[in-house]
Design a protein around this ligand. Structure first.
Ligand SMILES: [Zn+2]
Length: 318
C-alpha cells in the first residue's frame, strides 16, 4: 500500500516536471521565433508595440532619458541593429546617424524601414533666426523640420509603413498586424478630432515655446501660430534678439502661459516666465521618455492627451 502511494507520488512529480520543462522549452522556442525589431525614437517604439502585441520583441534604441537630438550610437547599438530582423527609424532628418548605422550593417536579411516614407516634410520656420548648431550643420538639409510624429495625420502614414514592413517580414501574421494597425489608427484619428475640436475656439492662437522648434507640424495642423526659443536642437543657444522678440509677443498678445519641453532643464522658458510674469506648462515632444515615465507606463497617446490638456489651459480654450 505504502509502496503504491510512493509510486503514485513519484509518477505525479515526474508528470509535473515533464509538463513544466516541456512548456519552458516551448516558450523559449516561441521567443526565439519572434521578430526582433529595433526602433530609434519613442513614438516608433510605441506604435510598433501596439501593432505587434506579443508577437515581436521591440527594442527602443535610445536609453530612457537620453535627449534624441544629441544621441550618438555606440558600437553596442550597431550590434543590436545588426542582430535584428527589422530596423525602423524616423527619417534621415531626425536621425542623420541612422545612415551611419545602416552603412556599417552586414546583416543582409535586415529590413531597414524609413518610417517617414510618403510624408511631406516641412521646413523649419523661416522667422526663427539661424544659429550655430554644430551637431546638425555637419549634415545636409538641417533646415528641415524632422518632428513628423507631432502631426497626427502623419502618424497614420507611419503606422501604415510599419504594418507594411511587418507583413513583408512575417506574412503569416498579416491579418493580425493589419487588424491591430487599424485599431490603433482609430484611436489616433479620435485624438486628432478632439485636438481639432478643443483648439478650434481658444482665446489665444499662439504657442509660445521656451524649447526647440518641435511643434511646427502640430501648430500648422490646428491652425495655430508657433514661436520657439531655438531652432534645430534643444542643445542650441537662443539669441538675445529672439528672446526679446518672444517677450514682445507675450506682452502684445497678453499671453498667460509659456510652454517648456521634456528631458532638459527649461532654462529659457523659466527666464521668459519670470520676466513676463507668465505661468509654465509642459509640452511633451515625445522624442524620448524619462526612466520615471517608462516606469509609469506612459504611451504616445497618453503623452499627447496631456499635451492637449495643457494646450487647453495655456491657450485659454473653453
Ligand atoms: Zn526635436
Amino acid at each position: 500500500m505504502k509502496k503504491n502511494v510512493i509510486k503514485i507520488i513519484l509518477l505525479i512529480v515526474f508528470f509535473l516536471y515533464a509538463t513544466i520543462s516541456g512548456c519552458g522549452y516551448k516558450s523559449k522556442e516561441l521567443a526565439e521565433n519572434k521578430l526582433k525589431i529595433v526602433t530609434t525614437l519613442f513614438p516608433l517604439y510605441d506604435f510598433t508595440k501596439n501593432i505587434t502585441g506579443d508577437r515581436a520583441e521591440v527594442t527602443l534604441l535610445l536609453p530612457p532619458g537620453v535627449e534624441a537630438h544629441s544621441f550618438e550610437p555606440k558600437a553596442g547599438d550597431i550590434l543590436k541593429v545588426n542582430s535584428a530582423d527589422i530596423f525602423i527609424y524616423t527619417g534621415r532628418f531626425m536621425e542623420p546617424w541612422s545612415e551611419d548605422i545602416v552603412k556599417s550593417i552586414d546583416n543582409k536579411k535586415l529590413l531597414i524601414v524609413d518610417a517617414s516614407m510618403g510624408i511631406k516634410v516641412s521646413s523649419l520656420d523661416k522667422t526663427q533666426e539661424d544659429h550655430k548648431d554644430t551637431h546638425h550643420t555637419k549634415y545636409k538639409n538641417n533646415n528641415i523640420d524632422p518632428h513628423i510624429w507631432l502631426d497626427l495625420s502623419n502618424v497614420i502614414i507611419m503606422v501604415d509603413n510599419i504594418v507594411g514592413s511587418l507583413i513583408k517580414k512575417d506574412p503569416a501574421n498579416k491579418d493580425f498586424y493589419q487588424k491591430k494597425g487599424e485599431q490603433y489608427k482609430v484611436m489616433i484619428k479620435d485624438l486628432d478630432e478632439r485636438f481639432k475640436k478643443t483648439l478650434n475656439s481658444c482665446k489665444k492662437r499662439i504657442i509660445v515655446h521656451g524649447g526647440h522648434f518641435a511643434f511646427g507640424y502640430l501648430a500648422k495642423r490646428y491652425d495655430l501660430e508657433y514661436v520657439s526659443a531655438y531652432k534645430g536642437s534643444p542643445n542650441a543657444e537662443p539669441t538675445p534678439k529672439l528672446v526679446a522678440r518672444m517677450k514682445k509677443i507675450i506682452r502684445e498678445k497678453n499671453v498667460k502661459y509659456v510652454f517648456f519641453e521634456e528631458l532638459i532643464t527649461p532654462r529659457v522658458a523659466m527666464v521668459l516666465s519670470e520676466e513676463t510674469n507668465t505661468r509654465l506648462l509642459k509640452l511633451h515632444g515625445c522624442h524620448n521618455i524619462s526612466k520615471e515615465e517608462m516606469d509609469r507606463g506612459v504611451t504616445f497617446l497618453s503623452l499627447m492627451e496631456e499635451n492637449l490638456n495643457n494646450l487647453k489651459t495655456g491657450l485659454e480654450c473653453p
